[in-house]
Design a binder for this molecule. Structure first.
Ligand SMILES: [Zn+2]
Ligand SMILES: [Zn+2]
Length: 172
């Protein structure tokens, strides 16, 4: 399912942050995506893209950039999920009971393989499983996509995903 296609309005990073603040303050049903250059959903492969998706109004803003705008992306994720989301407690590798998708993210990071994820809300336009919560993992250089599905918002998994993601991004 390459480039399924969606409509978007191109915006600057500042405009995306401002929109996220406005949506959060207004109680809109919104979320964001961070697409990497090889992302299946990227309307401009080769660039990074930050998306702000508002499912209340149907708006989709896209900021194309040359790297992950870490600070802005962290801020936006916190606006959506709360400040806790990017400060997950240290995960104990010995736990052994964590979802496969988290173990794989950790492994990719350890190997230095670039990866990114998508947190898809049930009504997300990118979601191939509409109605379900879905987290997907895409790794650079492979078509492999790992999926984690849930019936309710998988916040505990998401916060670990976000912590691993931003740990990877800030190591660059
Ligand atoms: Zn992707
Ligand atoms: Zn979405």
């Amino acid at each position: 399912m390459k480039n399924p296609g969606f409509d978007f309005t191109e915006a600057t990073l500042d405009e995306c942050v401002a929109a996220a603040k406005r949506y959060a303050a207004g109680g809109a049903n919104w979320h964001n995506h961070m697409l990497k250059p090889g992302c299946l959903f990227n309307p401009r492969p080769g660039t990074y893209a930050l998306l702000i998706e508002n499912n209340s109004s149907g708006e989709m803003l896209a900021c194309f950039c040359s790297a992950v705008p870490v600070e802005a992306a962290q801020h936006i994720v916190s606006l959506r999920h709360g400040a806790d989301v990017t400060s997950a407690p240290e995960i104990n590798d010995a736990q052994g009971s964590e979802p496969v998708i988290l173990a794989r993210m950790r492994e990719l990071s350890r190997d230095g393989t670039d990866w990114h994820h998508h947190m898809m809300f049930p009504d997300c336009v990118l979601n191939p499983r509409k109605g379900e919560w879905l987290i997907t993992l895409e790794a650079e250089g492979t078509e492999e996509i790992l999926e984690y599905t849930a019936e309710t918002e998988p916040f505990d998994v998401l916060r670990q995903v976000e912590a691993l993601f931003f740990a990877q991004e800030t190591k660059r």
